[in-house]
Structures are given as C-alpha cells and as structure tokens.
Design a protein around this ligand. Structure first.
Ligand SMILES: [Zn+2]
Length: 265
C-alpha cells in the first residue's frame, strides 16, 4: 500500500472573518483579476495551494485525499474523521493566518507550522521537516525562526481538532498573513504559491522516505496567451480519408467543431 496523505484546505469559502483585508489595488489571483476594494477568502487561497500540492504528490507516487472537497465550512472534527476513516498516513491542513487583533501574533510574520500540544513524536518529526522546507520559500522575513514550529495552544489558546482528533501525524501550516497587505501581495503570486506547494510536497516525501521527483520544467515554453499565434488541437493523421472522417464524426458528436484538413506527405 502506498503512502496516503490527507489534504485539508481549512474553512469554507464563506467562513466569517477568514479573508484578506480589502485589496489596496487590483491584483491577479489564480489567473483572475481581483478588483481593488474586494476581498479574497482564506479558503480560496488554501484551496489554490492544496490543488498545487496534488500534482507533485501524484508525480512522486504518493496518494492523497481531500478531507473537505466541497466549498462548505466542514467542521474540523469532520475533516479529522475523514482522515481517520481513510487511514491516511499523515495530514496537512493548509491555512493562511490573520492577526484579527489577537495579542500573541503581534509582530508575527513568515510561515508557521502548528502541531498540537502533547502530540506524538512522529508529528514533531513531521513538523520539523515541514518547516525546514517552508523556510526555503521566498517570502518577506521568512527564515526567521521566531514563529517557525509552534504548538496550537500557544497560538489559539486551545488545541485544534484537526490536529488533536487525527490519529496519524498532523500539522497545520499558516502561509502568511491575510490581513497584512505586504504579505497578501506576495501570497497572490503564482511563484509564492508554487514554492509553498513544492515545499509541502517535498516535506511529505522526506517524511515518508519517498524520493521526491522534480517537476520537469519546459524551457522556452511558448506563452499560453500569445495573441500572435493560434494553437490547434490535432486528433490524428490518416492515410485513408474515411478514418479521418470517422474521427471528425466522433468529435462532432461530442460537440467539437472538428474538420478534416489535407496535408502533403
Ligand atoms: Zn485558517
């Protein structure tokens, strides 16, 4: 049986309070323009990171399940139950932080890994490995150890169900502060999101003793939005016209505007 990870994208999309400050300028987030004055929900951010972690795990042969695949605010204890029922080998809960006027985080910055009070020793190991990788992410003030690995009771005053009720090692990562505009600007970039996702996947692999397979980066890849070129999807080349007609018929049945083009050999 291969290693299985439970991925949690923390909160529902409309969970109260969990969101950025009103954006101070128009900003691109996940390929879409978000207008100045609007907000981005924490869950939207968490989900983008989670979905970016998944292909890395897949490539490395690590199985995963999403503990709360819908957009609704699934209680943390329900998420923990899903992980337990599915016998995950570890759980990563992905979040973004907010100061929300609380005292403990005054001057907080960087990326935080949270474990539950009195956690099993395997969780200590997982948390340390997770932070080791997250520390390498290019982020303002990252690398400061002040908020590196923390215990949930120090952060929130109570233990967190997703960490306490999961039977397997579990950590929660806070990837920047949504109510800090300087953080938000970085958190919205693909570069930051990609680096976080890669760091999480690398940590999982290291913990599980699985070789991390680097992503193949295509060099000089043509831009996907170059207005001077068109991209044609080709379904096949045939020396017999009736075979080409058959494919076109199939594609047309599926709703594609397909046609046969003739090329000299
Ligand atoms: Zn959160």
């Amino acid at each position: 049986m291969s290693f299985k990870v439970g991925l949690d994208d923390g909160h529902g999309v409309n969970t109260a309070g969990k969101r950025t400050v009103a954006l101070k300028e128009d900003i691109m987030f996940n390929g879409k323009l978000r207008k100045k004055g609007t907000i981005i929900h924490e869950n939207e951010f968490n989900k983008v990171i989670m979905r970016k972690v998944e292909p890395h795990l897949k490539r490395c042969g690590v199985r995963y399940i999403e503990l709360a695949p819908t957009d609704s605010d699934t209680p943390l204890s329900t998420r923990a139950n899903v992980a337990n029922k599915n016998k995950c080998d570890l759980v990563v809960s992905i979040h973004a932080n907010a100061l929300a006027g609380t005292k403990w985080q005054t001057g907080a910055y960087g990326l935080v890994v949270i474990k539950t009070k009195g956690c099993q020793s395997k969780t200590n190991k997982l948390a340390d490995i997770m932070y080791k990788h997250l520390k390498t992410v290019d982020f303002p003030s990252n690398g400061e150890t002040k908020y590196g690995v923390r215990v949930d009771t120090e952060i929130s005053g109570f233990t967190l169900a997703i960490l306490r009720q999961t039977k397997m090692p579990a950590v929660l990562v806070e990837l920047g502060f949504m109510d800090n505009w300087n953080d938000v600007k970085v958190m919205c970039t693909d570069k930051f999101q990609n680096e976080c996702a890669e760091a999480i996947a690398k940590a999982v692999c290291e913990y599980a003793n699985i070789k991390y397979i680097e992503e193949k980066k295509e060099e000089n890849k043509p831009s996907t939005s170059d207005s001077n070129v068109v991209y044609r999807a080709i379904a096949g080349s045939y020396s017999n016209k009736s075979n080409a007609d058959k494919i076109v018929k199939e594609l047309k049945e599926k709703g594609y505007n397909a046609f046969v083009a003739i090329y000299d050999k």
